[in-house]
Write a protein that binds this ligand. Structure first.
Ligand SMILES: Cc1cc2nc3c(=O)[nH]c(=O)nc-3n(C[C@H](O)[C@H](O)[C@H](O)COP(=O)(O)OP(=O)(O)OC[C@H]3O[C@@H](n4cnc5c(N)ncnc54)[C@H](O)[C@@H]3O)c2cc1C
Length: 457
């Protein structure tokens, strides 16, 4: 284990936190027990981080890099022997390159701050999700986050042109390329993106940007059948001329529960339907975009696909519609011991999968507190959530759902990663040969296993 005084000599006395100051904060977004760790160090740049990791490597010191600690899979959970490393001081955002549409950003920058900085130059950073106000670039890249606009701009991985990171032994790997085309050997950045801090610590990235859209159109659509939902997705992708940016599904149980919770029961749509879609298009010509959006929604109604619809008439109404989708406060209360699944599936299998989960839960886990289903349908990604009065039985529910997802040929983690929570279920989505290759990579890059030990594999 390292001597914290040696760490203080590298990053400065003021930038190491330990004792009550550290244990006074919760582990992460979900786990509210005190943080257990040897200390928390905040290097100011890549040189300090490199020196710190070299020291940790020499002393066999376990290290966990952390951003906003908003991950949903226990990926930053630590023990009393862990040295935590926060990237919060590496949060600089350079002036965007407006011609090349790129920006260089430190790993500690907050997602929402990056979005806002780029917007002032008329540019869009194409990554957005509920934790935008706390999550950092380093965390989002390390979990390969997805979110609301993956349909239009891709996932976190797709936003990265160049990357700098530090290996377990302190070696700095820097390839801050801003080129879309750069076929110079192995594309190492993709090893670190999505590896949850187990192969290296990301310090900086060059991000690809897009022109900032000038108009947004939002609608809530109600459906009688899942087939009609799937058909409408295809129709909107085609007929909105590539401007469809979100297509979020909510099964009725979640939708009505949240309408009651966040809008005091004032549903924007009268009646009750089995499926609801919150969809959005973003374009560059306000009047023409609004007219096209209305036409396409109207056509889906005329064709008998959409049973009812409301188009947001103001930004206030748009925010209200998004609150139904994004607010999880009431759900967290309802489900007590919440058990959530973030899965990918072919759209064609989704309805059968959800029905089977519901049936099996009711038959085999009679004490379950219900089932909420929502997700980023445009990306084939569902969030399936249930709950139990007490934590007993949690493992049984997980086993049941992961076996089902495996049977449907889906992925046990669409966008949240593996961390600790899904590590023991990885074999449902990856073959033995793939897991062995992951272990070989881990052994090559972090032979002493000091980086985020016990996570992912
Ligand atoms: C309300 C809410 C909504 C969410 N919605 C979505 C969503 O729609 N889509 C989605 O994909 N995710 C969503 N998430 C989860 C999201 O993936 C994570 O919140 C985010 O990507 C993690 O960023 P963070 O800075 O908080 O990372 P942390 O939680 O601090 O860390 C996450 C992982 O990355 C590692 N890490 C952190 N920084 C670095 C670094 N610099 N170098 C190497 N490894 C590092 C950590 O060790 C850990 O393994 C949501 C979370 C919340 C709380």
């Amino acid at each position: 284990m390292v001597d914290l005084d040696d760490v203080r000599r590298i990053v400065g006395e003021r930038h190491v936190v330990d004792g009550a100051a550290l244990s006074g904060r919760p582990q992460d977004f979900w786990v509210h027990t005190p943080t257990a760790a040897l200390g928390l160090a905040k290097p100011k740049d890549v040189q300090e981080l490199s020196a710190m990791l070299a020291l940790c490597h020499q002393e066999d010191q376990p290290v966990i890099a952390e951003g906003g600690r908003t991950n949903l899979v226990g990926a930053t959970q630590s023990t009393g022997e862990t040295l935590l490393v926060s990237l919060e001081r590496l949060n600089d955002i350079a002036a965007p390159d407006r011609q090349g549409m790129t920006v260089e950003v430190g790993a500690g920058a907050i997602i929402e701050t990056i979005q806002q900085r780029c917007a002032t130059d008329g540019l869009r950073f194409g990554l957005d999700f509920g934790a935008r106000g706390s999550a950092t670039l380093g965390g989002a890249l390390s979990t390969n986050a997805g979110g609301f606009q993956a349909l239009r701009y891709g996932v976190a991985r797709d936003q990265v042109l160049g990357l700098e990171c530090v290996l377990a032994d302190g070696t700095v790997l820097s390839h801050l390329s801003s080129f879309v085309k750069d076929n110079t050997g192995y594309d190492l950045k993709h090893l670190f993106i999505g590896s949850e801090g187990t192969l290296g610590v990301i310090t900086r990235a060059v991000l690809r940007l897009h022109p900032a859209p000038q108009s947004v159109n939002t609608a809530l659509l109600a459906f009688e059948t899942f087939e009609a939902v799937a058909e409408t997705l295809g129709l909107m992708r085609r007929d909105l001329n590539g401007t469809l940016s979100s297509f979020e599904i909510m099964w009725a149980e979640f939708f009505h529960f949240n309408v009651d919770a966040v809008l005091n029961g004032r549903s924007p749509i009268e009646g009750r339907y089995p499926f609801y879609i919150l969809c959005e298009s973003e374009g560059f010509e306000a009047e023409a975009d609004a007219a096209l959006f209305e036409t396409v929604v109207g056509r889906a109604i005329e064709d008998g696909l959409v049973a009812d619809a409301v188009i947001a008439a103001s930004s206030r109404q748009r925010q209200e519609l998004w609150r139904i989708r994004e607010d999880f406060e009431a759900e967290m209360q309802l489900f007590k011991t919440m058990i959530d699944f973030d899965v990918s599936l072919p759209v064609a299998s989704m309805e059968a999968f959800v029905s089977e989960v519901e049936r099996r839960l009711n038959e085999e886990v009679p004490g379950n507190l219900g089932l909420h289903v929502l997700g980023h349908l445009g990306d084939g990604n569902l969030h399936v959530t249930t709950g139990l009065a007490t934590p007993e039985g949690k493992g049984e529910v997980r086993r049941l759902v992961y076996e089902l997802i495996s049977g449907y040929g889906g992925s046990i983690s669409a966008e949240h990663g593996i961390g600790l929570a899904k590590r023991d279920y990885l074999h449902h989505s990856r073959t033995a040969a793939e897991i062995a290759t992951m272990r070989a990579l881990k052994q090559a890059l972090d032979p002493k296993g000091i980086l985020n030990p016990g996570k992912v594999i």
